[in-house]
Design a protein around this ligand. Structure first.
Ligand code: FE2
Length: 265
């Protein structure tokens, strides 16, 4: 089974580029399942019903979230009503969930969404390893052979540690949140695919998606102007996981494409 994971979609520029590129990449790679991190997809704040609709329209089976997902109160109803919209399960909240099972007919896929602790504004989050234990157990009880974990975290150490902890129990662990594609896609000893971060989808002429002048003024002058996403010169980053029938990862390939070119960079 081939599954595609797409890095954090940033604002309307990222959504529009995803709409253009995801069908192309699904076809190019023969992907049968797609997970997209959408926590920054709304132009104003977090994710919204409109930006989620765009991501599903592009071809996502599941949209995962992160530390910004619960910022938009207008999204709480969607988080509860759609089984395929996730937020990190270990964040304590009355809305949403971080687990879903997707029945694709020939196979079922379980998707787990967790977040890290270090530098994540979520120091009250529950322990991600014990949360992972209970959700993997649930996926096994649901009969899912294919289990994917979006671990939304800042610290590279937390990401590698969770992947090693889950090695052999899940198909893949991929990191999101830093918006920078890492060059460490690998298959761990017991068959779990792992990459520290799958990067972002949105404007490359930016500081991880945001207009660079806003970030520079903030860092230099402590100017706290509201963040605005940049647009144009888009990139799309992600990772392709190919599993065998037992759900173990057999091939892994990260990728990054830039608007205006068909060549992987
Ligand atoms: Fe994030």
């Amino acid at each position: 089974m081939k599954a595609l994971a797409i890095g954090d979609v940033c604002g309307s520029s990222g959504c529009r580029y995803l709409l253009k590129m995801l069908p192309v990449l699904k076809n190019k790679f023969g992907a049968e399942f797609v997970i997209v991190n959408g926590e920054n997809s709304d132009e104003a704040n977090g994710i919204s019903p409109l930006s989620a609709d765009m991501i599903f329209a592009a071809g996502a089976d599941v949209i995962t979230g992160g530390n910004h997902t619960l910022r938009n109160k207008n999204f709480y109803e969607a988080l509860d009503s759609s089984p395929f919209l996730l937020r990190p399960d270990n964040i304590k909240a009355d809305f949403g969930k971080g687990y879903c099972l997707v029945d694709k007919g020939k196979f079922s896929v379980a998707v787990i969404n967790l977040c890290g602790i270090t530098y994540m504004e979520r120091s009250s989050a529950e322990n991600f390893m014990t949360s992972a234990d209970s959700l993997v157990k649930r996926a096994e009880e649901d009969g899912a052979k294919f289990i994917f974990v979006d671990f939304h975290a800042e610290a590279t150490s937390e990401k590698k540690a969770l992947a090693l902890y889950l090695d052999g129990r899940v198909s893949a662990v991929f990191g999101t949140h830093t918006h920078v594609l890492t060059a460490d896609a690998q298959i761990l000893k017991n068959g779990t695919g792992f990459i520290t971060d799958i990067g972002m989808t949105g404007s490359d002429n930016s500081v991880i998606g945001v207009k660079s002048d806003i970030i520079i003024k903030r860092l230099k002058n402590n100017d706290m102007s509201k963040f605005e996403f940049s647009s144009g010169e888009n990139i799309i980053c992600g990772c392709l996981f190919e599993t065998d029938n037992s759900g173990r990862c057999r091939n892994i390939m990260s990728f990054k494409y830039k608007e205006g070119s068909d060549e992987k960079i």
